[in-house]
Design a protein. Structure first.
Length: 662
């Protein structure tokens, strides 16, 4: 929940605390991982635990994709130890050129951002890109043993919590073995004593990896006591057909729109990667989409997903033009992909992900590559069997017609409601032109001057502006009669159109979002507080629905030469001066209010959905927590001044005084 009543100097350090050079820590080796595991694997829960398994399996898959390994073994022991091995080249064990006292193996396992995947020399495509995967696993493992069979010799090294327990040991000749095997047990100090690997999740992970690279053999084993009806004690996965095999198994027995799936593969060129896909349209409304890059699952999709979706829509529209069907003009990806089962696996050199957990692909070239290849194959697939193409096109057009009918119904409802209230809307309200509530926004701004800038900066189709005069009535301390007689409160209620208190109806709210946009100073914060109090008391349903937001306008504009950036507060201003503009002469301009900002600046920093930052104001879900919020509002905004005085006395020591410009 957003803190409705945070002070202007919230988060300030305790002035009595010592802060000098001795307070600056320098974390070395893998200590940053153990201190902040969430930065590397997303947390310390069951999902993060399985991220460790994926990191090691991905390393083995990289060897297979590069053509150096044909077999991967995944085994879960009864004590929770996970053993993952491959028959690839094996991690180098010779001394590292930059660290001659350490083997390359120990460098990879104990140093972040070390590995052979930063350039295309050792791997043309890979999933391990940041050089932190196996070292993070090592840091978060209670025990880890790595064995390397290389040049007909077996080498072994043991670790505990990221620290080597000894040098690399020569275990003797091994003429029939090659590759790397990693056995590790997660550290209960990090994940908790009760958090253990799920055999079911590991089994499904191993199986999915075999689908993603057709022809690789993955051997699964687990301790007998861990086996279940769904998880066998031992099984070997090998799927020569890759994703097509998976799709056939996934849709078996379901009614489908076409008699054949849309599947294919394409090589981009020598060492430039490839793309593989499998897609089927089912009659069921719910679909399932799986996106991968270099065998890494990207559940949030990304640029490869965008390219695929665009290719399918363009292909259907092109086929419609080919057969002189003129109904597909407003076809969208949602119409074309409803009920689909899709698996897309992309291999490219040096992909870019949004974070270390790699949930979303952000490589710009991926969209272009996937769109061009899939579009070409889809065009041929539709044209080679026109009866199949016509059936699929009609299925998508039917979904489009249903969507447009629903939208027309919503627009008619809002248009009717708008016309009914048109004569009663506040005179200062500058409404948007859209007849649909979806995507519309009402900006509540402070004063006519700010309102004028906001009107020029807005998107007229979706953004409405309502100026208010300074500090509105504090409804928490006012009598009902006074609230009813207040013009500003009445204007707010009329602009919303949804009623107040027990008469509130969310379906009658005229806008999708309500955005409070006040000056980035103490007075602006006070006005925002009064407005939040109004919505909390008079329209709690609006807040609970997540429709109330706070805009974040900047307080400063920093310029050095031709470069300019904005800072929201003093802390960000000082940070930018000491980092981005370090050593340069900086001109600092302070905005006295929104009305002083040029419309272009206001749009760029605060109103453009593509570049702005909003804070959503919500309510807790539990009744007890909501009661606590109600109590806080009553104490800070209610009629008894002693409650505010006591609160200020109790919290004054945590607020650091600061100079305020006149």
């Amino acid at each position: 929940m957003t803190d409705l009543f945070a002070g202007s100097a919230s988060g300030a350090a305790n002035a009595a605390g010592g802060y000098d050079a001795s307070a600056i820590e320098v974390l070395e080796g893998l200590e940053p991982v153990r201190r902040r595991p969430g930065m590397y694997i997303g947390g310390t829960d069951i999902n993060a635990l399985h991220h460790l398994a994926a990191e090691i399996i991905d390393n083995a898959m990289d060897e297979a994709v590069a053509g150096h390994a044909s077999r991967i073994e995944v085994e879960l022991a009864a004590d929770g130890t996970l053993i993952i091995g491959d028959n690839g080249r094996g991690i180098p064990i010779d001394p590292h050129p930059r660290f001659p006292d350490k083997s390359a193996l120990e460098v990879i396992l104990t140093m972040l951002h070390s590995g052979g995947k930063f350039t295309a020399g050792a791997y043309s495509t890979s999933g391990g890109l940041h050089g932190v995967g196996i070292s993070v696993v090592n840091a978060l493992a209670e025990e880890l043993t790595v064995e390397v069979a290389r040049n007909r010799t077996l080498w072994r090294q043991r670790y505990s919590r990221g620290v080597a327990l000894g040098p690399v040991e020569n275990m003797g000749p091994t003429p029939n073995r090659r590759g790397t095997t990693v056995a590790f047990r997660p550290d209960p100090e990090i994940f908790g004593a009760g958090v253990r690997f799920s055999p079911d999740r590991l089994y499904r992970l191993a199986r999915s990896k075999a689908y993603l690279f057709g022809g690789v053999e993955i051997r699964w084993r687990c301790a007998p006591e861990l086996a279940t009806e769904k998880v066998p004690e031992a099984q070997t996965f090998i799927f020569p057909g890759g994703l097509a095999d998976h799709l056939a198994e996934d849709v078996a027995g379901e009614a489908t729109v076409t008699n054949q799936p849309f599947t294919g593969t394409h090589e981009f060129g020598q060492n430039q990667g490839r793309v593989e896909w499998a897609m089927h349209w089912t009659v069921a409304a719910d679909g399932a989409h799986s996106w991968y890059c270099n065998t890494i699952p990207t559940p949030q999709g990304g640029t490869h997903e965008a390219g695929f979706r665009t290719a399918i829509v363009k292909g259907l529209k092109g086929f419609a033009a080919l057969i002189n069907n003129r109904k597909a003009g407003e076809l969208t990806a949602d119409d074309a992909l409803v009920g689909t089962r899709i698996m897309l696996s992309l291999f490219i050199p040096q992909p870019q992900f949004q974070s270390q957990t790699k949930d979303r692909l952000s490589s710009p070239e991926a969209q272009r590559l996937v769109e061009a290849v899939v579009k070409d194959h889809f065009d041929h697939w539709l044209a080679e069997d026109q009866e199949r193409g016509r059936a699929l096109l009609q299925f998508a057009i039917d979904r489009m017609d249903e969507r447009l009918a629903r939208r027309a119904e919503r627009e008619e409802k809002r248009k009717t409601a708008t016309n009914a209230r048109k004569l009663r809307l506040p005179g200062k309200l500058t409404d948007c032109s859209s007849n649909s509530r979806e995507g519309t926004e009402l900006f509540i701004v402070e004063g006519d001057s700010a309102g004028g800038s906001a009107k020029q900066a807005r998107d007229r189709s979706t953004q409405a502006i309502l100026p208010i005069r300074g500090k509105i009535l504090n409804v928490a301390s006012a009598a009902a009669a006074k609230i009813g007689a207040n013009q500003e409160v009445a204007d707010l209620a009329l602009a919303m159109g949804c009623g107040t208190r027990d008469r509130y109806r969310d379906e009658q709210l005229r806008y999708d979002r309500i955005i409070i946009m006040t000056d980035a100073d103490v007075d602006g914060a006070h006005i925002a507080t009064l407005l939040m109090t109004f919505f909390f008391q008079e329209m709690p349903g609006l807040v609970a629905a997540g429709r109330l937001y706070l805009a974040q306008p900047p307080l400063y504009r920093l310029s050095a030469g031709a470069e300019s950036v904005y800072a929201r507060d003093d802390a960000e201003r000082e940070y930018l001066i000491s980092t981005k503009f370090k050593g340069r002469k900086v001109e600092v301009g302070r905005f006295k209010g929104l009305g002083e900002m040029a419309p272009g600046q206001l749009r760029e920093t605060t109103m453009d959905p593509a570049r702005r930052t909003l804070i959503r104001v919500t309510l807790p879900e539990s009744h007890q927590d909501r009661h606590q919020v109600r109590d806080l509002v009553d104490r800070l905004m209610g009629r008894v001044p002693e409650h505010r005085f006591n609160f200020i006395q109790a919290h004054a020591a945590t607020v650091e005084a600061e100079d305020i410009d006149a």
